[in-house]
Design a protein around this ligand. Structure first.
Ligand code: FAD
Length: 462
C-alpha cells in the first residue's frame, strides 16, 4: 500500500466518511483514519441507536394506549429489554458494516487508529507517516462533562451509556432539556422509568420556536415526564447504588434534593481535537475549542480543512454530510456549497418536532413584519384516521414579499414531513407556492398546505 494520498480524512463519522466517498467519486485517492468506529457518533452512539430505541418504545406506547382504539386486543403485553437492545445493536452493526462496504466499493483506504497531523500534508497513525495533498479533520464531538456531575460510567452518565441500561431505572434524572435529553427521557419513560428533566433555561429545546416547544412540552408532560426549568444540578453523590442530586433554582436560589437511580448529563457536546496536534501546527480554534474555518472549510493552515461537529456550525449529522460533500467538491474544483438557512432540525419525540428556517422570534427580528399561518393536526383527515391528532403546523412568511421564512411541524412523522419545506426553502419559495402545491389526500402533509393557506386566512378545513 502506498502511503501517499490526495486526501486523508481523519474521522469516519457522517462528515468524514461522506467526504471520503464523494472525494473518491471525484477521482481522488483517499484514506480515512478512524480510531474507534466507522460511522462515528451518529451511527454508533447517536442518531441511529436513539432512533432504534425510540421506534421500539413508540410501538410499545402504541400497543399500550392506541391498539384498543383500533380494535386490536392484546391480553398480555411485556417488554424484553435485552431483545430490544439487541435489535438496536443489530441495526447499528448493519449500518456501520455498510460504511466499510462503501469504503471498499470506492477504493478508500481505511486506516485504523488515532490520527495526528504532524505537519501540513503529514498524518501519523501508530508511528506510520502518511502523506496527503490535503487533510480533512472530521473528528466530531463528545459529551460535555460538568465539574459538579463527573461521569462515572455507571450512575452519572452521558447519552452513550443511556443507550445500554440492562434494566429500566426506576427513577431517572436527565440534566439538559435539549433534543438529546428529551429523546432519551422519552425512551426510558415509555419503558417505565419515572423521568425528571432539569433544564437551566425556561423551556425545552432553547433554540427552537418557543410556541412549538411549549406545545411539545405539554405533550411530554401528558406522557408522564416531569420538567424543572430554571434549575441547575449542582452536585451529585453516589450512595449505595443511588444518586443523591442537589438542585438549585436559578431564580430563588432555593436548594432541593432528589434521589434517583441514574443521572444522564446531556448538556451539550464539545469538539474532539485531543491528540490531533492542532496547537503546535497553529490551527486556530475559537474560545469553545471548535476549529475555525473560512468559507471553503479551510482552517488557518493551508491544506488542512475541517467539517462537521468539530467546527460547531450546526451539530447535526445531515449538516456534517453536506459540509463533507462541499469540501470534497471544492477540492475537485467544483462549487461546493452548504445552504445553512435550509438545514432542518428534528426532535424524534412523540409527536416529532421538525423545523426549517427561522423561528417566529428570529423572523420578527430580521424582517419586522411577518405573517403566520397555523393548522391543527386535529383537523387533518389522515391524522384522524391514524389516531395521530396531536400537534400543529406553523408557517411563517415575510409580510412584504410572501417569501417563506420558516416552517415548524409538531406531528407524528414530522421528520419526514419537513422535507418538502426544506426543498421549498432551498428554492426560495413563497408561502403561496406551498399553499398552491398539490398535496396527496389523505396525508399528514396536507396540514402544511393548510397552514400556508392559513397565512392569508383561507385554510379550508379550519
Ligand atoms: P462524529 O460522528 O462524532 O464522528 C467523528 C469520528 O472521528 C468518530 O468516529 C471518532 O472516533 C473519530 N475520531 C476523533 N478523533 C480522531 C482521531 N484523532 N483519529 C481518528 N479518528 C478520530 N444528529 C442528527 O442529525 N439527527 C439525530 O437524530 C441525532 N441524534 C443524536 C443523538 C445522540 C444521542 C447524539 C449524541 C448525537 C445525535 N446527533 C444527531 C448528532 C450527530 O450524531 C452528530 O452531529 C454527527 O455524528 C457529527 O458527525 P461528525 O462526522 O462531525 O462527527
Amino acid at each position: 500500500m502506498s502511503n501517499s494520498f490526495d486526501l486523508i480524512v481523519i474521522g469516519a463519522g457522517p462528515g468524514g466518511y461522506v467526504a471520503a466517498v464523494r472525494a473518491a467519486q471525484l477521482g481522488m485517492k483517499v484514506a480515512c483514519v478512524e480510531k474507534q468506529y466507522l460511522g462515528g457518533t451518529c451511527l454508533n452512539v447517536g442518531c441511529i441507536p436513539t432512533k432504534a430505541l425510540l421506534d421500539s418504545t413508540e410501538r410499545l406506547r402504541f400497543a399500550q394506549h392506541s391498539f384498543a382504539k383500533h380494535g386490536i386486543k392484546i391480553d398480555k403485553l411485556s417488554v424484553d429489554l435485552a431483545a430490544m437492545l439487541s435489535r438496536k445493536n443489530d441495526v447499528v452493526k448493519a449500518l456501520t458494516t455498510g460504511v466499510g462496504f462503501l469504503f471498499k466499493k470506492n477504493k478508500i483506504t481505511h486506516i485504523n487508529g488515532l490520527g495526528k497531523i504532524t505537519a501540513p500534508g503529514k498524518v501519523d497513525v501508530a508511528g506510520t507517516t502518511y502523506d496527503a495533498k490535503n487533510i480533512l479533520i472530521a473528528t466530531g464531538s463528545a459529551p460535555i462533562q460538568i465539574g459538579s456531575l463527573p461521569f462515572d460510567g455507571k450512575n452519572i452518565i452521558s447519552s452513550t451509556e443511556a443507550l445500554t441500561f440492562d434494566k429500566v431505572p426506576e427513577k431517572l434524572l436527565v440534566v439538559g432539556g435539549g433534543y438529546i435529553g428529551v429523546e432519551l427521557g422519552s425512551i426510558w419513560s415509555r419503558l417505565g422509568s419515572e423521568v425528571t428533566v432539569v433544564e437551566f433555561t425556561d423551556g425545552i429545546m432553547p433554540p427552537s420556536d418557543r410556541e412549538m416547544a411549549g406545545v411539545l412540552l405539554k405533550s411530554l408532560q401528558k406522557q408522564g415526564l416531569t420538567f424543572q426549568f430554571k434549575t441547575a444540578a449542582q452536585k451529585a453523590v453516589v450512595e449505595i447504588g443511588k444518586v443523591r442530586v442537589t438542585l438549585e433554582s436559578a431564580e430563588t436560589k432555593q436548594i432541593s434534593e432528589v434521589i434517583v437511580d441514574k443521572v444522564v448529563v446531556a448538556v451539550g457536546r464539545r469538539p474532539v481535537t485531543d491528540g490531533l496536534g492542532l496547537e503546535s501546527l497553529g490551527v486556530k480554534m475559537n474560545k469553545r475549542g471548535f476549529v475555525e474555518v473560512d468559507d471553503h472549510y479551510q482552517t488557518s493552515v493551508a491544506g488542512i480543512y475541517a467539517v462537521g461537529d468539530v467546527i460547531g456550525k450546526i451539530m447535526l449529522a445531515h449538516n456534517a454530510e453536506e459540509e463533507g460533500v462541499a469540501v470534497a467538491e471544492m477540492l475537485a474544483g467544483k462549487a461546493g456549497h452548504v445552504n445553512y438557512a435550509a438545514c432542518p432540525a428534528v426532535v424524534y419525540t412523540h409527536p416529532e418536532l421538525a423545523a426549517v428556517g427561522l423561528t417566529e422570534a428570529q423572523a420578527r427580528e430580521k424582517y419586522g413584519e411577518i405573517k403566520i399561518g397555523r393548522f391543527s393536526m386535529l383537523a387533518n383527515g389522515r391524522a384522524r384516521a391514524s389516531d395521530e391528532t396531536e400537534g400543529m403546523v406553523k408557517v411563517i412568511g415575510d409580510a412584504k414579499t410572501d417569501r417563506l421564512l420558516g416552517v415548524h411541524i409538531l406531528s407524528a412523522h414530522a421528520g419526514e414531513m419537513i422535507a418538502e419545506c426544506v426543498v421549498a426553502m432551498e428554492f426560495a419559495a413563497t408561502v403561496e407556492d406551498l399553499a398552491r402545491s398539490f398535496h396527496a389526500h389523505p396525508t399528514l402533509c396536507e396540514a402544511i398546505k393548510e397552514a400556508a393557506l392559513a397565512v392569508e386566512g383561507r385554510a379550508i378545513h379550519a
